[in-house]
Design a binder for this molecule. Structure first.
Ligand code: GDP
Ligand code: MG
Length: 455
């Protein structure tokens, strides 16, 4: 991934004093390859590399400690900007400030996740989770309607989703024309004082003229304040063509990138933003109806860089665990030297509470996840229990001062946990590794961390 490539580059040019045309060229080649691997489309990569080059050779990096560090910094900064960081934090908010009902029109290919996202958004808005201009908007009265008259089960699917999230489903019928459905739903939403009406539409398997005509028609009937293009992150390169076609046909206001849980690379986010010029507003991270997150350019840049996504990890954690605990943990992680086995034990307990190991591990930097007990898929839960058993067999004092753990104590602990002594040693080694990582993080500087990861 990009991190590995960059850390290699950083190493090779560490000895050089500054960025020159030649060493920059070499580094940019690696960046280019890494982005292509991350499924970013070629024209986007070209533009991006040109921009990074311009900045890297420009005045912005003068005075930096090492050229490699400087380049990594520029790459991160530009990735963030490219994904919408340049638009500011408000770009990813929905705009609902209008005479109600605020209409949200969902557009995208079949299977992109429109119906699911309609349900997720309805849930999000009716729970009052939406933020506008830095403030929660409060609970919205939301209705949804399906204008998908082509697939037999489409209307029923939306009904099921609406019931699950507890919002009003406005009945429609496959024998109606989509624009008639839209008209009468809008009328209904007005008469019953809904704040928001979300209109789910039909997609096709590929871009097709009839579909474009239909969605344009729906747009003119509904005059939506938000027209969201829903796109599957796993589509990779194809996402670009689809985005262009929808962007040409409709005045899109934003993009929702779905199935990011299945695509660790996130490269599609770059391409789609670049092609449509529209902000990404949300990402879908699970097929469940709570699997929606507001888009963060900075985090997505880190994801593409391969650094893992600690911040959204902590957010996910907050849903299930004590907020105070999570903050304590985050603070500890920053002050690496104070992190002891007691914290490690607390952390494992939190990890257990969070459940869903798969999506959790994906977000951790690889080394960190490994150190946290070789938590590999399948083995994860079993290993977690053994590690916990070992930790529980220690006294609090031993956990606070692992250096107390000489041979006889280790034997006692192993017996208590019902594991061989080697396993106690292995766990302690992993813990030390993790402590080392945390110290690196504390000393800060992405470049340093990358060096630690690369070496
Ligand atoms: P539509 O044809 O655009 O309405 O797409 P659907 O909403 O019916 O979704 C198609 C499939 O993708 C369904 O099986 C959904 O459960 C799944 N899906 C949608 N969004 C996500 C997501 O964010 N993550 C995952 N893993 N699956 C998703
Ligand atoms: Mg659908």
């Amino acid at each position: 991934n990009l991190t590995q490539r960059l850390s290699r580059v950083v190493k090779t040019i560490r000895g050089e004093a500054r960025l020159t045309e030649t060493n920059t060229q070499e580094m940019l080649r690696e960046v280019r390859l890494a982005l292509l691997e991350a499924d970013v489309s070629l024209p986007v990569v070209r533009d991006f590399v040109a921009k990074v080059k311009e900045k890297a050779l420009g005045e912005e990096v003068v005075g930096s400690l090492s050229p490699g560090q400087a380049l990594v910094g520029v790459v991160h900064q530009e990735l963030t900007a490219l994904m919408g960081g340049d638009l500011g934090p408000e770009a990813s908010e929905l705009s609902l400030a209008m005479q109600p009902p605020a209409v949200i029109l969902m557009a995208g290919l079949q299977g992109a996740g429109k119906t699911t996202t309609t349900g997720k958004l309805a849930r999000w808005l009716s729970a009052g989770d939406h933020v506008q201009y830095g403030r929660k908007t409060g609970k919205k009265k939301v209705a949804v309607v399906s204008a998908d008259v082509y697939r037999p089960a489409a209307i029923e699917q939306l009904k099921t989703v609406a019931v699950q999230v507890g919002v009003e489903w406005i009945a429609s019928d496959a024998s109606q024309k989509p624009e008639d459905i839209a008209r009468s739903a809008l009328d209904y939403a007005k008469r019953h004082h809904f704040d928001v009406l979300i209109v789910d539409t039909a997609g096709r398997l590929g871009i097709d003229e009839a579909m474009m005509q239909e969605i344009k028609m729906l747009h003119s009937v509904l005059n939506p304040i938000e027209t969201l293009f829903v796109v599957d992150a796993m589509q990779g390169q194809d996402a670009v063509n689809t985005a262009r076609a929808f962007g040409d046909a409709l005045p899109l206001t934003g993009v929702v990138l779905t199935k990011l849980d299945g695509d660790a690379r996130g490269g599609a986010a770059l391409s789609v933003r670049h092609v449509t010029g529209k902000p990404l507003k949300f990402v879908g991270v699970s097929e469940k109806l709570d699997g929606l997150e507001p888009f963060h350019a900075e985090r997505m840049a880190q994801r593409v860089l391969g650094m893992g996504d600690i911040v959204s990890l902590v957010e996910q954690a907050q849903k299930n665990i004590d907020v105070a605990e999570a903050q304590k943990l985050a603070a500890k992680m920053k002050s690496g030297d104070k992190f002891d086995l007691n914290d490690f034990r607390d952390q494992l307990a939190q990890v257990k509470k969070m459940g869903d190991m798969g999506s959790l591990l994906e977000k951790l930097p690889a080394q960190f996840a490994q150190a946290a007990g070789q938590l590999q898929s399948g083995q994860a839960d079993k290993q977690l229990r053994r590690t916990e058993g070992i930790l529980n067999s220690m006294t609090p004092q031993e956990r606070a001062k692992p250096e107390l753990l000489k041979a006889s104590r280790k034997r006692r602990i192993a017996t208590g946990a019902g594991v061989p002594v080697q396993e106690v040693n292995r766990m302690l080694n992993q813990f030390e590794q993790m402590q080392g990582m945390m110290k690196q993080m504390k000393k800060g500087g992405m470049a340093k961390m990358m060096r630690a990861m690369g070496g």
